[in-house]
Design a protein around this ligand. Structure first.
Ligand code: SF4
Length: 145
């Protein structure tokens, strides 16, 4: 019941991460009590496989550690997330923190050394630019991680 929201599929237990694992969290699953959850993995929606090499934002581009430019797939995934949000009348998203697609407020710095810098993932940036508010799992009250 309730309002539809966009949610990173990995937070709902979908094994769509680059390493084939998931980020399933009870606090995110519990949102189903109050919202209609619309899962999406922008990287998979953008055509990337599971597993896939990890990638990080490097300015406007997204590249793997080996230097492969995967920006187009990230942009396609963002466009698909935006289309889903518009089709469903979604105004709010809960996306996975720090991801180069889903992160909000901070992302890895592009050097593959686990350092964080202020910024948004490609999908989060796109959604926010179109007026859809993006939060991460860390913003949930019950989530102290
Ligand atoms: Fe999760 Fe988003 Fe990464 Fe997909 S792109 S695995 S939904 S953080």
């Amino acid at each position: 019941a309730g309002t539809p929201i966009l949610v990173s599929a990995c937070l709902l237990g979908e094994p769509c991460r680059y390493d084939g694992r998931d980020n399933g969290l009870p606090a995110v699953l519990a949102l189903a009590d109050r919202f209609i959850l619309c899962p999406i993995c922008p990287e998979v929606a953008g055509g990337l496989p599971i597993p896939r090499p990890p990638a990080e934002r490097q300015g406007r581009a997204v590249r793997t550690a080996a230097g492969e430019d995967v920006t187009a797939a990230y942009r396609l995934g963002a466009a698909k997330a935006l289309t889903l949000a518009r089709d469903r009348g979604i105004r709010l998203a809960i996306l996975k923190a720090k991801s180069p697609s889903c992160g909000r407020g901070q992302v890895y710095d592009g050097t593959f050394s686990r350092r964080l810098v202020p910024g948004d993932g490609v999908t989060s940036e796109c959604l926010e630019a179109k007026g859809i508010r993006v939060f991460t799992e860390k913003d949930l009250p019950s989530q102290g991680r």
